[in-house]
Design a protein around this ligand. Structure first.
Ligand code: ADP
Ligand code: ZN
Length: 286
Protein backbone atom coordinates (compact mmCIF):
# COMPACT_ATOMS: atom_id res chain seq x y z
CA UNK A 1 0.00 0.00 0.00
CA UNK A 2 1.10 3.52 -0.77
CA UNK A 3 0.51 7.04 0.44
CA UNK A 4 -0.50 9.57 -2.19
CA UNK A 5 0.20 13.30 -2.10
CA UNK A 6 -0.84 16.25 -4.26
CA UNK A 7 0.72 19.67 -3.94
CA UNK A 8 -1.79 21.60 -6.02
CA UNK A 9 -0.38 24.94 -7.15
CA UNK A 10 -1.81 27.54 -9.47
CA UNK A 11 0.90 26.80 -12.03
CA UNK A 12 1.58 23.12 -11.50
CA UNK A 13 0.46 20.05 -9.58
CA UNK A 14 3.15 17.86 -8.02
CA UNK A 15 1.83 14.34 -7.41
CA UNK A 16 3.87 11.83 -5.41
CA UNK A 17 3.51 8.30 -4.14
CA UNK A 18 5.50 6.98 -1.20
CA UNK A 19 5.93 3.65 0.53
CA UNK A 20 5.02 3.24 4.20
CA UNK A 21 8.43 4.63 5.23
CA UNK A 22 7.48 7.82 3.36
CA UNK A 23 10.16 7.23 0.73
CA UNK A 24 8.96 8.66 -2.57
CA UNK A 25 8.73 5.90 -5.19
CA UNK A 26 7.18 7.91 -8.01
CA UNK A 27 6.41 11.53 -8.79
CA UNK A 28 4.97 13.53 -11.65
CA UNK A 29 4.44 17.22 -12.37
CA UNK A 30 1.28 18.25 -14.20
CA UNK A 31 0.59 21.77 -15.48
CA UNK A 32 -2.51 23.34 -13.89
CA UNK A 33 -4.94 23.81 -16.77
CA UNK A 34 -8.73 23.43 -16.52
CA UNK A 35 -9.84 21.34 -13.52
CA UNK A 36 -11.26 18.36 -15.47
CA UNK A 37 -8.21 18.05 -17.70
CA UNK A 38 -5.83 18.39 -14.75
CA UNK A 39 -7.72 15.81 -12.68
CA UNK A 40 -7.73 13.30 -15.54
CA UNK A 41 -3.91 13.40 -15.45
CA UNK A 42 -3.93 13.11 -11.66
CA UNK A 43 -6.18 10.05 -11.94
CA UNK A 44 -3.96 8.44 -14.58
CA UNK A 45 -0.92 8.80 -12.33
CA UNK A 46 -2.41 7.50 -9.09
CA UNK A 47 -4.41 4.73 -10.79
CA UNK A 48 -1.10 2.85 -11.09
CA UNK A 49 -0.94 2.42 -7.31
CA UNK A 50 -2.99 0.91 -4.56
CA UNK A 51 -3.45 3.86 -2.24
CA UNK A 52 -4.00 3.74 1.50
CA UNK A 53 -4.69 7.45 1.95
CA UNK A 54 -4.11 10.78 0.28
CA UNK A 55 -2.82 14.17 1.48
CA UNK A 56 -3.66 17.28 -0.53
CA UNK A 57 -2.24 20.77 -0.05
CA UNK A 58 -3.98 23.12 -2.44
CA UNK A 59 -3.75 26.69 -3.61
CA UNK A 60 -6.64 28.64 -2.19
CA UNK A 61 -8.67 29.99 -0.75
CA UNK A 62 -10.17 26.61 0.10
CA UNK A 63 -13.01 25.44 2.32
CA UNK A 64 -11.28 23.51 5.10
CA UNK A 65 -14.17 23.58 7.56
CA UNK A 66 -15.34 19.97 7.92
CA UNK A 67 -18.82 21.11 8.99
CA UNK A 68 -19.32 23.11 5.81
CA UNK A 69 -21.36 21.76 2.86
CA UNK A 70 -18.57 22.90 0.56
CA UNK A 71 -15.75 21.27 2.55
CA UNK A 72 -13.06 20.15 0.12
CA UNK A 73 -13.81 22.86 -2.43
CA UNK A 74 -11.51 25.54 -3.74
CA UNK A 75 -13.52 28.71 -3.10
CA UNK A 76 -13.10 32.29 -4.33
CA UNK A 77 -9.99 31.90 -6.47
CA UNK A 78 -9.68 34.21 -9.48
CA UNK A 79 -8.14 31.25 -11.35
CA UNK A 80 -10.28 30.48 -14.38
CA UNK A 81 -12.44 27.35 -14.00
CA UNK A 82 -11.41 26.57 -10.43
CA UNK A 83 -13.82 28.83 -8.54
CA UNK A 84 -15.99 26.67 -6.25
CA UNK A 85 -14.49 23.50 -7.69
CA UNK A 86 -15.12 20.37 -5.62
CA UNK A 87 -11.57 19.03 -5.33
CA UNK A 88 -11.78 16.13 -2.91
CA UNK A 89 -15.20 14.82 -4.01
CA UNK A 90 -13.93 13.23 -7.26
CA UNK A 91 -10.79 11.96 -5.49
CA UNK A 92 -12.72 10.21 -2.72
CA UNK A 93 -15.10 8.79 -5.28
CA UNK A 94 -12.35 7.36 -7.45
CA UNK A 95 -10.25 5.62 -4.79
CA UNK A 96 -12.48 5.51 -1.69
CA UNK A 97 -9.61 6.47 0.58
CA UNK A 98 -9.35 8.93 3.47
CA UNK A 99 -8.17 12.34 2.28
CA UNK A 100 -6.31 14.98 4.31
CA UNK A 101 -7.21 18.37 2.89
CA UNK A 102 -5.44 21.64 3.65
CA UNK A 103 -3.75 24.61 2.00
CA UNK A 104 -0.43 24.28 0.18
CA UNK A 105 1.26 26.47 2.79
CA UNK A 106 -0.26 24.59 5.74
CA UNK A 107 1.12 21.40 4.20
CA UNK A 108 4.54 23.03 3.77
CA UNK A 109 4.45 24.27 7.38
CA UNK A 110 3.65 20.73 8.50
CA UNK A 111 6.49 19.27 6.41
CA UNK A 112 8.97 21.78 7.82
CA UNK A 113 7.67 21.17 11.35
CA UNK A 114 8.14 17.40 11.12
CA UNK A 115 11.22 17.07 8.98
CA UNK A 116 12.61 20.47 8.02
CA UNK A 117 13.92 23.64 9.64
CA UNK A 118 11.44 23.44 12.55
CA UNK A 119 11.83 19.72 13.29
CA UNK A 120 13.04 20.37 16.85
CA UNK A 121 10.53 23.11 17.62
CA UNK A 122 7.03 23.27 19.12
CA UNK A 123 5.70 25.74 16.54
CA UNK A 124 6.48 27.38 13.23
CA UNK A 125 5.11 29.58 10.49
CA UNK A 126 5.75 28.87 6.82
CA UNK A 127 5.33 31.77 4.39
CA UNK A 128 5.65 31.43 0.65
CA UNK A 129 6.63 34.50 -1.34
CA UNK A 130 5.91 33.62 -4.96
CA UNK A 131 3.29 34.64 -7.49
CA UNK A 132 1.21 35.40 -4.40
CA UNK A 133 1.97 35.29 -0.69
CA UNK A 134 0.45 32.78 1.71
CA UNK A 135 1.26 31.43 5.12
CA UNK A 136 0.41 28.59 7.45
CA UNK A 137 1.26 27.78 11.04
CA UNK A 138 1.78 24.67 13.13
CA UNK A 139 1.31 25.08 16.87
CA UNK A 140 2.01 22.22 19.27
CA UNK A 141 2.03 19.77 16.38
CA UNK A 142 -1.30 20.87 14.92
CA UNK A 143 -2.04 22.95 11.84
CA UNK A 144 -3.62 26.16 13.06
CA UNK A 145 -7.14 26.77 11.76
CA UNK A 146 -10.22 28.46 13.11
CA UNK A 147 -13.37 29.22 11.17
CA UNK A 148 -11.16 28.97 8.13
CA UNK A 149 -7.48 28.75 7.28
CA UNK A 150 -5.15 31.71 7.87
CA UNK A 151 -4.66 34.21 5.05
CA UNK A 152 -1.35 35.63 6.16
CA UNK A 153 -0.58 37.11 2.75
CA UNK A 154 -3.30 39.71 2.97
CA UNK A 155 -2.36 41.49 6.18
CA UNK A 156 -1.99 45.23 5.73
CA UNK A 157 1.38 46.92 5.58
CA UNK A 158 2.52 50.52 5.87
CA UNK A 159 3.98 52.06 2.71
CA UNK A 160 7.71 52.61 2.44
CA UNK A 161 8.33 56.36 2.22
CA UNK A 162 9.91 56.04 -1.24
CA UNK A 163 7.12 53.83 -2.61
CA UNK A 164 4.04 55.27 -4.25
CA UNK A 165 2.76 51.87 -5.43
CA UNK A 166 -0.54 50.83 -3.87
CA UNK A 167 -0.40 47.13 -4.67
CA UNK A 168 -1.39 44.40 -7.13
CA UNK A 169 -4.09 42.72 -5.02
CA UNK A 170 -7.57 43.09 -6.55
CA UNK A 171 -9.16 42.98 -3.09
CA UNK A 172 -7.00 45.35 -1.00
CA UNK A 173 -4.66 48.28 -1.31
CA UNK A 174 -1.41 47.98 0.64
CA UNK A 175 -1.73 44.33 1.60
CA UNK A 176 1.43 42.25 1.89
CA UNK A 177 0.76 40.16 -1.24
CA UNK A 178 -0.11 43.26 -3.23
CA UNK A 179 3.10 44.99 -2.19
CA UNK A 180 5.75 42.24 -1.96
CA UNK A 181 4.78 39.20 -4.09
CA UNK A 182 6.61 38.33 -7.31
CA UNK A 183 3.61 39.75 -9.16
CA UNK A 184 3.92 43.05 -7.27
CA UNK A 185 7.67 43.26 -7.83
CA UNK A 186 7.25 42.66 -11.56
CA UNK A 187 4.27 44.99 -11.88
CA UNK A 188 6.13 47.78 -10.07
CA UNK A 189 9.42 47.44 -11.92
CA UNK A 190 8.18 46.22 -15.32
CA UNK A 191 10.89 43.54 -15.27
CA UNK A 192 11.20 39.87 -14.31
CA UNK A 193 11.99 39.63 -10.60
CA UNK A 194 14.96 37.33 -11.24
CA UNK A 195 16.54 39.91 -13.56
CA UNK A 196 16.63 42.76 -11.01
CA UNK A 197 20.04 43.67 -9.54
CA UNK A 198 20.65 43.10 -5.82
CA UNK A 199 21.02 46.86 -5.45
CA UNK A 200 17.57 47.58 -6.90
CA UNK A 201 15.49 49.52 -4.32
CA UNK A 202 12.63 47.07 -4.86
CA UNK A 203 14.37 44.51 -2.63
CA UNK A 204 14.70 46.86 0.32
CA UNK A 205 11.05 47.77 -0.02
CA UNK A 206 10.01 44.13 -0.31
CA UNK A 207 12.09 43.31 2.78
CA UNK A 208 10.43 46.18 4.64
CA UNK A 209 6.94 44.85 3.84
CA UNK A 210 7.80 41.25 4.62
CA UNK A 211 9.47 42.28 7.89
CA UNK A 212 6.36 44.22 8.93
CA UNK A 213 4.24 41.11 8.43
CA UNK A 214 6.75 38.93 10.30
CA UNK A 215 6.65 41.37 13.22
CA UNK A 216 2.84 41.10 13.25
CA UNK A 217 2.94 37.29 13.09
CA UNK A 218 5.53 37.31 15.88
CA UNK A 219 3.40 39.52 18.08
CA UNK A 220 0.26 37.46 17.51
CA UNK A 221 1.68 33.94 17.66
CA UNK A 222 5.22 34.08 19.13
CA UNK A 223 6.29 31.13 16.94
CA UNK A 224 9.61 29.33 17.47
CA UNK A 225 10.57 29.74 13.82
CA UNK A 226 9.49 31.55 10.67
CA UNK A 227 10.36 29.80 7.42
CA UNK A 228 10.35 31.72 4.15
CA UNK A 229 9.98 29.83 0.87
CA UNK A 230 8.73 30.51 -2.66
CA UNK A 231 10.29 31.78 -5.87
CA UNK A 232 11.07 35.31 -4.68
CA UNK A 233 13.11 33.93 -1.75
CA UNK A 234 15.51 32.43 -4.31
CA UNK A 235 17.08 35.89 -4.00
CA UNK A 236 19.53 34.82 -1.28
CA UNK A 237 20.30 38.39 -0.23
CA UNK A 238 16.65 39.05 0.65
CA UNK A 239 16.73 36.97 3.84
CA UNK A 240 19.34 39.19 5.50
CA UNK A 241 17.54 42.38 4.36
CA UNK A 242 14.37 41.03 5.99
CA UNK A 243 16.20 40.19 9.23
CA UNK A 244 17.72 43.68 9.38
CA UNK A 245 14.37 45.35 8.79
CA UNK A 246 12.66 43.01 11.29
CA UNK A 247 15.18 43.94 14.01
CA UNK A 248 14.58 47.65 13.41
CA UNK A 249 10.81 47.32 13.42
CA UNK A 250 10.38 45.08 16.45
CA UNK A 251 12.89 47.23 18.31
CA UNK A 252 13.60 44.60 20.99
CA UNK A 253 10.05 44.85 22.30
CA UNK A 254 9.71 41.07 22.69
CA UNK A 255 12.36 38.37 22.88
CA UNK A 256 12.85 36.27 19.77
CA UNK A 257 15.50 33.65 18.95
CA UNK A 258 18.70 34.92 17.23
CA UNK A 259 17.42 36.10 13.86
CA UNK A 260 19.67 33.76 11.81
CA UNK A 261 17.85 30.89 13.56
CA UNK A 262 14.42 32.52 13.68
CA UNK A 263 13.85 33.75 10.11
CA UNK A 264 15.17 30.97 7.90
CA UNK A 265 14.95 29.17 4.56
CA UNK A 266 13.05 25.87 4.27
CA UNK A 267 15.12 22.89 5.41
CA UNK A 268 13.31 20.76 2.83
CA UNK A 269 13.79 23.33 0.04
CA UNK A 270 11.13 22.99 -2.64
CA UNK A 271 9.98 19.67 -1.14
CA UNK A 272 8.36 21.15 1.98
CA UNK A 273 4.84 21.05 0.52
CA UNK A 274 4.84 17.58 -1.00
CA UNK A 275 6.58 16.14 2.08
CA UNK A 276 3.91 17.73 4.28
CA UNK A 277 1.17 16.19 2.13
CA UNK A 278 2.71 12.72 2.48
CA UNK A 279 3.05 13.18 6.23
CA UNK A 280 -0.59 14.26 6.48
CA UNK A 281 -1.64 11.18 4.47
CA UNK A 282 0.40 8.91 6.74
CA UNK A 283 -1.12 10.46 9.88
CA UNK A 284 -4.63 9.60 8.69
CA UNK A 285 -3.74 5.98 9.21
CA UNK A 286 -2.11 6.47 12.56
P1 ADP B 1 4.04 29.93 -7.40
O1 ADP B 1 3.91 31.03 -6.42
O2 ADP B 1 3.38 30.22 -8.71
O3 ADP B 1 3.66 28.60 -6.84
P2 ADP B 1 6.90 30.29 -7.14
O4 ADP B 1 6.91 30.16 -5.65
O5 ADP B 1 8.03 29.65 -7.88
O6 ADP B 1 5.58 29.76 -7.79
O7 ADP B 1 6.90 31.84 -7.45
C1 ADP B 1 6.97 32.34 -8.74
C2 ADP B 1 7.31 33.82 -8.65
O8 ADP B 1 8.57 33.96 -8.01
C3 ADP B 1 7.43 34.48 -10.01
O9 ADP B 1 6.34 35.36 -10.14
C4 ADP B 1 8.70 35.29 -9.97
O10 ADP B 1 8.32 36.64 -9.84
C5 ADP B 1 9.38 34.93 -8.67
N1 ADP B 1 10.70 34.33 -8.87
C6 ADP B 1 11.00 33.11 -9.34
N2 ADP B 1 12.34 32.92 -9.37
C7 ADP B 1 12.89 34.05 -8.86
C8 ADP B 1 14.23 34.48 -8.61
N3 ADP B 1 15.29 33.72 -8.88
N4 ADP B 1 14.38 35.70 -8.07
C9 ADP B 1 13.34 36.49 -7.80
N5 ADP B 1 12.07 36.14 -8.01
C10 ADP B 1 11.85 34.94 -8.54
ZN1 ZN C 1 -4.89 41.43 -0.58
Amino acid sequence: MYFGAIEAGGTKFVCAVSNSQLEVVDQVTIPTTQPEETLQKVFAFFDQYSLQSMGIGSFGPIDSNEQSPTYGFITSTPKSGWKYFDFIGPIQKRWQVPVAWTTDVNAAAFGEFKQGSARNEASCIYLTVGTGIGGGAVVNGKILEGFGHPEMGHVFVRSHREDDYSGSCPYHEHCLEGMASGTAIEDRSGKKAESLANSDPVWKMGAFYLAQALVDYTLVLRPDKIILGGGVMKQAHLLSLIRTSFAQLINEYVAVPPLEQYIVAPGLGDRAGITGCLLLASELEG
